[in-house]
Design a protein around this ligand. Sequence first.
Ligand SMILES: *Cc1c(COP(=O)(O)O)cnc(C)c1O
Length: 443
Amino acid sequence: MSSQTSNSKLISESWKGQNSKELFERAVKVSPGGVHSPVRSFRSVGGTPVFFASANGATLTDIEGKEYVDYCLSFGPLILGHRDPEVEEVVRETAGLAWSFGAAEPYSLELAEFITNNVPWAEKVRFVNSGTEAVMSALRVARAATGREKILKFDGCYHGHLDALLVKAGSGLAGESSSDSAGISATAIANTLVLPLDDEAAVEKVFETEGKNIAALIIEPLPANYGLLIQRKEFLSKIVEIARKHGTLVVFDEVISGFRTGFQGMSGLLGIRPDLVTYGKIIGGGFPVGCYAGKKELLDLVAPSGPVYQAGTLSGNPFGMRAGFATLRKAQRDSVYSVLEDRTRILTREMIRLLNAKSDREWEAVTHSSLFWFRTKTKDAVRRIDQIPEGHKEGFAKVFHALLKHGIYLAPSGYEVGFLSWAHTDSVIAKTLELAEQALKEI
Ligand SMILES: *Cc1c(COP(=O)(O)O)cnc(C)c1O
């Protein structure tokens, strides 16, 4: 509890003694939906969000002192869990060094060298402050490099909230798009083509007519923002081959999969080298960091060495750089990936066993590395959004609330994936299963 008590006279802590419902009533008055990113609002599962005051390891503590085992983990960045002790030491040390320089410093250099030394296709990197910014900038580079305007993306992949990619498949011609948000001008998405996942023939067809106009094909090589839609390796290899044949650059958006599915992300697992890659989430160790990386000659197009303008006041800030560096070094030193994968498999297998004993529908777990997604069992693999079974959202909401009540926090949407961290030890998993058994009795 001590971590929840601040001694600062500058912080009023006006929330002390209130519960989450009361804080939410205050929050909706000052922020849209009461939150600063939509999924946090619980709209998708119903009810009102829990307000958390602190976190440690695998545990979240809400403002009333109730604890939860966290499987949302800030939507992916916290691969070592909350406030890993070694990273925390680095962060505390950083607070005594500098908070921001807006100038050259050695901390971003060390993280940049670490990434380029470990990821062969990341020959140069540029740090930004979010995944959205990384994607936006990478596409700008791709357009500059090719002198082409169009971008091809896939329905069900999320690349951040930049205008050009907030699109969904249109109803007309193959590849046609329509905006997925209000406030986006028709011109902003006029050069965005959208295709379904898992359909190489559709990609072939669009490239036949549009190939010479497409600057970049962008894809999450492990789509993990609309459930977990694991793609066939042949599909990914084929579309990369088609793009290359037409002089289109391949951008792998590894903001969620980078340093999560292994040290070289999905590119390493698939043996496919993208021209440009975007990272975010894990590389900041829980602080706001993104980056885009790739071939030297592409990154050298970026200002000040080249004509592509891109800048950031707080880019390369020392908290994110040093926390990210410490996180990646520890992940490498302790070889976390195979252990996390085993734990994920065990946890999800047992959770599904419990769920299926109690629930009115049959569930299954889709897993990859330390990511998981619970969904209604289907005959065939689900690789596209239109294959997600009906009623999934409602079924998930019931499970979510039962687990929440008993101290298990999943991401509050049936379309978000779950994560494990290094802090989710065997005993945390055993405790989770005990809590889940209690919870699911009530479904
Ligand atoms: C999270 C995510 C983004 C956006 O990153 P932000 O830091 O939220 O802007 C982009 N692409 C993918 C694949 C992501 O998972």
